[in-house]
Each structure stands twice: as structure tokens, then as C-alpha cells.
Design a binder for this molecule. Structure first.
Ligand code: AHR
Length: 494
């Protein structure tokens, strides 16, 4: 093994709540993200309930997905909600200009989305259309979904849903600096003020308004949004994707990578810490009370599309490397949980860093899925600060801490510790001093595999899956963990 790691867990200094909204998942009308992956409509050959695949819904339920962000992404800023309501035969079809030029059938619209939420047990994060829609259209969509009475509520009832729906989160457009309208920050901030004015929650309800935030390290965007529109917002977003092999468009293969590709991607995931720190510092200037949250509502790995797949569908396999990318992000979010109160991985099914891949009737759970499952106790838990003095792992020009971790006290009082070893070659002995915690026993699970690019396929779906972990002990208030290389471990400490 490498140089040991020493850490201190401060159970006596509880931090912020790890908002369950940090586990939001993003589902866009993109490739097979919705059509085929979630929605099969009348296709009787794939077991479904009201059009949604039973296998995928069951897998998502098992993750306790709290919130789903829909319908985009770039798709949101050219989506017109009226095209997705009423009898299916009357719904217009159109070209999905952002994603593959395929026909958007509008079979999944507002009612179907809320049916998906009902089945999964999740809540809505709707992204509105600022790009080529009007404030009126946006306001009327909100009214259609949430109003208890009035003509739009009547129309909703006529279309099959009498009761208003809850919309706890609403996005005022998406990537207004790019596909959402190529706006300059000053203009985007003014437009955000204007559109947000007309998003009104019915009495007794609350709709948190999230502005379209910066791309990666565009600090000027955050600065301008906060200065011009900060007082009108509940949240401001940030988008950052890991794409190894440098630059845009994404060109790194999802599976066929070597150790350099491993290190490149994990260093890229680690960068989220710096990005949040610097965007938060700007937000602190305008909002020291941290009223406005940072919503990292698109994150994850973005590789070249899988060989033989449609370039506009962003379909990529998911390996053990993606599991580490996920755990690193979830750990970083713990560190910033006072400001980061929502994040959304991109995306839920079949797109980018997905939880689930499908092909026809077949379904497989990815390594990323398993990390989200292992980290479930983090949802709405209290962050316990953990200081980690870690050795470094480096490969070529990529240098990073070898160990990532976070800890929480869950709602049931139990303490959970997540530790990841980014080093693919060296095991690590981690010693955690437990301050203010009288614990006597530890159990846990590990996610690892023999190869850095190990992945689950339809033919071999169990290559990367959690297994019981027996490498941890507690004695005299100290937790010791023999952390295997390239692994994610989650421990329950009692
Ligand atoms: O997640 C894919 C795309 O990435 C989203 O539609 C867009 O917001 C971002 O550029």
C-alpha cells in the first residue's frame, strides 16, 4: 500500500444538511433519455404502467430519487408546453433540433411527466422556456400545473388531472449563455428578472426559482447574475462536465481508456471543488446569509458517444471510473452543503453519465447507479466535517489527493462514512479519529472491480456491483479502513 491516510471526523461539530435535492436526476428529451429509456407508450412487449417501463421505474424507486429535472437542458428553451397536453393524436410533432434532428412526438408532456414522478416517488424540477418562449407562456405553464382554479386549472382537469401539482423547483431557462439564447450576462440577468416576476406560486405553496447559471469557470456570469438578479432568485445554477482528453467536443472513449484516461477524468471531477469554492465566494459577496443556493444542476462525465451510436444521442457506457467520478462529486457537495442545496447528475437514463442503460427490453444498472444507491443515507442527513490528510496520486501530469471522503449523521441517528481510493494501483490504510462519537461497531459495502474500465453490459450485468466490506474496524474511538485500490466504500458506524 501507499503512504497511510489520517483523518478526523468531527461528529461534535455537525455542519449543514445534505439536502436530498443534491440527488436530483436530469431527464431530457434527448436520444433515448425519455423515449425508449423511460417511456414505451403502448408497446406491450415491454412491461409498463401508463407508458413507463416497470423495470426502470422500479430501479429508480430503489434509489429514492427525490427530484427529476425535465424537459431539458437545451431542449427546454425551445419547448412549448401546450404541444404536450391533450389527446395524443392532436399533439404536434417536431424536429428535435438540438439532439439528433429526430422527430419529437410530444407523447411525453406535462401529464406524463407528473405520472412518472408519481410512479418514482419524486418531485418536479421544471425548466421553463426563456430562449424562444414568452413570459406569458412560462407563467401560464406554471398556472396550468399549480393553480387550484381558473380556466387553465379547468383545462388540466379536462386533460385528466383535477388536483394541482406541486412544482417545488422551477428553472428560469437553461444555459442562457449558449443554447438558451446566446445572451450576454447583463441581458440574461435582466431577462431572468422579467421572467421570474411572472412565476407565481398559489397561496400556501412555494416555487423555488433557479436562474440559468455559469458554464464551468465563467465567474463573470455568476457575478453579473448575483449583482443584477440575485434578489429575485432562490437558486443559481452551475454546469460543469468532466471530459478527459481535453477540450470540446468530448472525444475520450467511455470504456477504452488507460490509466492516463482514468487519472485525467478523476482530476477533472476533483476540479468541482475549486469551481464551487470560487462561485460561492462571489455569491457570498452579494448574499452572505446564503439565502440563494448554488444548484449544480448538470454534472457528470461527457465522453465520445459509444461506437456505432447516434452522435446526437450522447449515449455512453459507464465504468468503475464513473463510479469514482460520482463519489468524488458527492463528497465535494458535502463540503459545500451550506451553499450547494441542489445538484443534478446528467442524465438519468441512456444519456451521458447515466444510472441506467436500456436497449429494447433489456436494462442494466451502471456503476454510477450503485454509488447513488450506496450514498442514499446522505439524503437530508447532517454533514459531519471530516479532515483528511491524504497522500497524492499522480499519473503523468494529473495530480490529485488519493483519498476522497465525506461523512453524515443520517436522520435515523446513524453515522455513515464514504471513502474512495482514487489510486488504481495502491491500497491505502485510512485511520479516522472519531471526535465526539462513541461507536463500537462498523459494517459496510464496497464497489470495485479488477479493471479500471470494468462495466456492466446487458450480457454481463453484475461485473461492478456492491459487495460486503470487511476491511474496517473500530477500536478506542478510531476507525481503521484498509481501502483497496480503485474502490468506493460506504461504512455504517454505530
Ligand atoms: O446534458 C446535455 C446538455 O448539456 C444539456 O441539454 C445542456 O444544458 C448542456 O449543454
Amino acid at each position: 500500500g501507499g503512504k497511510p491516510t489520517t483523518a478526523t471526523l468531527h461528529a461534535d461539530k455537525p455542519g449543514a444538511t445534505y439536502d436530498k435535492a443534491i440527488f436530483t436526476q436530469f431527464a431530457e428529451h434527448l436520444g433515448n433519455g425519455i423515449y425508449g429509456g423511460l417511456w414505451v407508450g403502448n408497446d406491450r412487449s415491454i412491461p409498463n404502467t401508463n407508458g413507463f417501463r416497470n423495470d426502470v421505474v422500479a430501479a429508480l424507486r430503489n434509489l429514492s430519487v427525490p427530484i427529476i429535472r425535465w424537459p431539458g437542458g437545451c431542449f427546454a428553451d425551445e419547448y412549448h408546453w401546450r404541444e404536450g397536453i391533450g389527446p395524443k393524436k392532436d399533439r404536434p410533432t417536431k424536429v428535435n433540433t438540438h439532439w439528433g434532428g429526430v422527430t419529437e412526438p410530444n407523447s411525453v408532456g406535462t401529464h406524463e411527466f407528473f405520472e412518472l414522478l408519481r410512479q418514482v416517488g419524486a418531485q418536479a424540477y421544471i425548466a421553463g422556456n426563456v430562449g424562444n418562449g414568452t413570459p406569458q407562456e412560462m407563467a401560464e405553464w406554471v398556472e396550468y400545473m399549480t393553480a387550484p382554479a381558473g380556466s387553465l386549472a379547468d383545462l388540466r382537469a379536462k386533460n385528466g388531472h383535477k388536483e394541482p401539482w406541486a412544482v417545488p423547483y422551477f428553472g428560469v431557462g437553461n444555459e442562457l449563455w449558449g443554447c438558451g439564447g446566446n445572451m450576454r450576462p447583463e441581458f440574461a440577468a435582466d431577462e431572468t428578472r422579467r421572467y421570474a416576476t411572472f412565476i407565481k406560486a398559489p397561496a400556501g405553496t412555494k416555487i423555488l426559482k433557479i436562474a440559468a447559471g455559469a458554464n464551468v469557470d465563467d465567474y463573470n456570469w455568476t457575478e453579473t447574475m448575483m449583482r443584477v438578479a440575485g434578489d429575485r432568485l432562490d437558486g443559481l445554477s452551475l454546469h460543469y462536465y468532466v471530459h478527459p482528453a481535453g477540450g470540446w467536443p468530448p472525444r475520450a472513449p467511455a470504456v477504452d481508456f488507460d490509466e492516463t484516461g482514468w487519472a485525467d477524468a478523476l482530476a477533472g471531477a476533483m476540479r468541482m471543488d475549486e469551481l464551487i469554492t470560487r462561485h460561492s465566494a462571489i455569491m457570498d459577496k452579494y448574499d452572505p446569509a446564503k439565502r440563494v443556493f448554488l444548484a449544480v444542476d448538470e454534472w457528470g462525465a461527457w465522453y465520445a458517444q459509444d461506437p456505432g451510436t447516434h452522435p446526437g444521442f450522447l449515449r455512453q457506457q459507464n465504468t468503475l471510473r464513473d463510479a469514482l467520478i460520482a463519489s468524488i462529486h458527492l463528497d465535494i457537495f458535502a463540503k459545500h452543503a451550506d451553499r450547494v442545496r441542489m445538484t443534478a447528475i446528467a442524465q438519468m437514463v441512456n444519456v451521458l453519465q447515466a444510472m441506467i442503460l436500456t436497449e429494447g427490453r433489456k436494462m442494466v444498472l451502471t456503476p454510477t447507479y450503485h454509488v447513488f444507491e450506496m450514498y442514499k443515507p446522505w439524503q437530508d442527513a447532517t454533514v459531519l466535517p471530516i479532515d483528511i490528510d491524504t497522500p497524492w496520486y499522480n499519473k503523468d501530469r494529473f495530480v490529485m489527493p488519493a483519498i476522497s471522503g465525506s461523512a453524515v449523521r443520517a436522520k435515523d441517528g446513524k453515522v455513515h462514512v464514504g471513502l474512495s481510493n482514487l489510486d488504481p494501483n495502491q491500497s491505502n490504510m485510512v485511520t479516522v479519529k472519531l471526535d465526539g462519537l462513541n461507536a463500537a461497531s462498523v459494517s459496510g459495502r464496497i464497489l470495485t472491480a479488477s479493471a479500471i474500465n470494468a462495466h456492466n453490459s446487458f450480457d454481463d450485468p453484475q461485473v461492478v456491483k456492491p459487495a460486503p466490506f470487511t476491511g474496517a474496524q473500530i477500536a478506542n474511538g478510531v476507525l481503521t479502513v484498509a481501502l483497496p485500490p480503485k474502490s468506493v466504500v460506504v461504512l455504517d458506524v454505530q
